[in-house]
Design a binder for this molecule. Structure first.
Ligand code: RTP
Ligand code: MG
Length: 143
């Protein structure tokens, strides 16, 4: 059993539509524990830094504009195989391709406004968690 941590964002579209509680319920129902959580409104510089790996992609400007358009919820999730488990809860990047019952199938309007983010690997999770949370803000709950 591999207990992992992953980083999750509820993006501005889903916060604006009041889906925070529904999305937290999906995480908890799947056995993932929220071990840190806060609402933030990203600056342009923070969003560009977070998505630096996409800086050369054609959608980068739209992505940064969207991610700074309103407050987001950022959280660290802990549990068995948390990285992959959260990716399965989220569904495909494009909601048109997301499996039924996934967050993006249920709450995302388009590939640009797709409700949630989740780390794609343990290494990126560590980087992304540290981008938003100090060690003291992470409350280990699984032992
Ligand atoms: P995320 O990082 O947000 O969890 O999403 P992901 O891994 O499924 O997708 P990724 O390839 O990392 O892309 C990051 C975000 O950029 C936007 N995107 N737009 N228009 C496009 O072709 C396109 N491709 C990606 C999406 O909002 C995606 O979540
Ligand atoms: Mg990604």
């Amino acid at each position: 059993m591999a207990i992992e941590r992953t980083f999750s964002i509820i993006k501005p579209d889903a916060v604006a539509k009041n889906h925070i509680g529904a999305i937290y319920n999906r995480f908890e129902s799947a056995g993932l524990k929220i071990i840190a959580s806060k609402m933030v409104h990203l600056t342009k510089e923070q969003a560009e830094g977070f998505y630096a790996e996409h800086s050369e992609r054609p959608f980068f400007g739209a992505l940064v504009s969207f991610m700074t358009s309103g407050p987001i919820m950022v959280q660290c999730l802990e549990g068995e195989n948390a990285v992959l488990a959260n990716r399965e809860i989220m569904g495909a990047t494009n909601p048109a391709e997301a499996a039924r019952g996934t967050l993006r199938a249920d709450y995302a309007a388009s590939i640009d406004e797709n409700a949630v983010h989740g780390s794609d690997a343990v290494a990126s999770a560590e980087r992304e968690i540290a981008y938003f949370f100090s060690a003291e803000e992470l409350c280990a709950r699984t032992r």
